[in-house]
Design a binder for this molecule. Sequence first.
Ligand SMILES: NC(=O)c1ccc[n+]([C@@H]2O[C@H](COP(=O)([O-])OP(=O)(O)OC[C@H]3O[C@@H](n4cnc5c(N)ncnc54)[C@H](OP(=O)(O)O)[C@@H]3O)[C@@H](O)[C@H]2O)c1
Length: 325
Amino acid sequence: MGAAKHVTLGSWRIKPVGIGTWQAKSRVWGSSEPKEVIEAIVDALTEGVNLIDTAEAYGWGRSEELVGEALKKYRSNDILVATKLAGCNALPSKVVKHAEASRRRLGLDAIGLYQIHWPPSNYTDECGVIREMESLIDRGLTHMIGLSNYDSKDLSKALKCLRKHELVSDQVEYSLVQRAPERELLPALGKEGMALIGWGTLAKGALAGKAKADNLARFLDLSFRTAARNIDLQEAVKEISGRHGVSRAAVVIRWSIEKGAIPLVGVRRKKHVKSLVEALNLNMGEDELIRLDELTHMYVGRSFTKVVPRSIPNRVICSLSKLLL
Ligand SMILES: NC(=O)c1ccc[n+]([C@@H]2O[C@H](COP(=O)([O-])OP(=O)(O)OC[C@H]3O[C@@H](n4cnc5c(N)ncnc54)[C@H](OP(=O)(O)O)[C@@H]3O)[C@@H](O)[C@H]2O)c1
């Protein structure tokens, strides 16, 4: 299949893959070396990857600060920096203050894409939050706004709140072992001209060959276990990667691009960057894509990944996520 060179995300033209930086600073991922994280981000940007994803919740500001450090070393107007407002902070009175704090930590004049990390609790004035998100564009604090972890029902509710601007994307778990978004969300986003940004692309590394749940992020992740146990899928990915002379990660990332998503890959080591570049240049055969589709067809029927139950009050979720993220 043809390797797409660029895709549009709202008003931005980017390469169809991004680097994720949750791993850069997080309790559940174990320790990372800040110098190496910064070098890996700079390497990826130098190689032409121009989407970086972070969040206020990743190390509660520390991941954004590391991204800011990397951006001091590699500046370009082409880079789309996406960050997120924690769902438990998604209150109309907090949106502007939190966006301003993220913008400052990133060292930017304006954030590229500001996303609501997960749908806030049922007790929240959701339309109030969406309208404050819109106001961030008018205030020059962000160029674009988007969502994360919204299923198709949550999405249609959020869309009804809009007054003036557009939501350009929804970032959800999407991979060979989590294909639920294909049922309703992907078509719904397509209809709205919105992008699906995928997280969990490598199932926390299992789809790239990691078999041991050696940190809490992997231990708690159902997709990690599903992928690690699926021997037929592991063999197919290995075989295809061998045929093209690329890493397993590249095959898995390319599959996601071919499905119309913009996959994120967690990168905290320099050696991870090569797979992104390989994926961008990889031309997989139709037969290879069909084989991967057929081997993972059952995962279309999985439940959509809801990272936070809406029934729990925001302040409880914020306290819990301060311990974990
Ligand atoms: N919106 C949300 O709720 C949400 C949720 C989760 C993630 N995300 C975003 O999505 C990003 C990525 O998703 P994810 O965190 O689920 O992780 P992932 O991309 O599925 O897996 C990342 C892990 O895979 C391993 N890896 C990376 N490249 C590799 C390669 N070329 N070969 C072998 N192993 C490789 C690394 O493990 P080691 O570092 O241990 O080597 C890395 O930490 C995050 O950083 C974050 O920005 C968003």
